[in-house]
Design a protein around this ligand. Sequence first.
Ligand code: ADP
Ligand code: MG
Length: 241
Amino acid sequence: MMAAPFVHMDSVAKRWNGQLGVEDISLSIPRGSFVALLGPSGCGKSTTLRLLSGLELPDEGTITIDGRNVTTAAPSERNLSMVFQSYALFPHLSVAENVVFGLKVRKVAASDRREKLTRALEITGLLGYENRRPGELSGGQRQRVALARAIVANQPLCLMDEPLSNLDAKLRASVRKDIKKLQVDLGITVIYVTHDQTEAMSMADMVVLMKDGHIQQTGTPEELYYRPANTFVAEFVGAPP
Ligand code: ADP
Ligand code: MG
């Protein structure tokens, strides 16, 4: 018997008063993979991610994570963490307080919090920055705080929406490496939204290329490069490096 996919979307559609968000979205994502949702602005990447997170409800279709229906699960039962372009940090709290905030809410013991904090700061290269406020950090460091927060959450799935788009090119390369650690070192399944084909093709095991609310092709970077499903795919991904 085939193992059930970890994340499954079946014929999902979302509209607002007739305005199309996404339509006919079907995806099977194996545990431990790094999936990029790629496509031009307005193609439905963030809508797909918000549907996966349970922040939006689909008009049609079903979404399951680890066999559990996302639309009926309580937020605390969805077993996922999120990282946004805007970092979403509390400006008045220190780095350490930002990272363990969710653990405190969940009443995780102080000694356990400290241990998890140290490990997450180690992975993201933020040891020594515990007492700074977000306003005293660079954009790259702020995004690392958001990554550290996702790491301590210890969830099997992490959803990221354009996490590098506020960073300059040089920083992007180094934060990219930290993002890959979530998958490679920690075994977290990552679903990563980007409009940047270089980012998607270099980071992901599986790329989902979208246009106008529809999936154009799902495959490995090699499949998209060498066997594009249509001219849009061929033009969007361009020539292999
Ligand atoms: P992307 O993230 O790929 O840039 P989005 O998923 O944000 O695209 O948007 C896809 C489409 O859905 C766009 O046409 C957008 O205008 C529309 N859309 C997204 N959110 C809403 C909303 N809350 N109300 C109405 N339309 C929306
Ligand atoms: Mg978006």
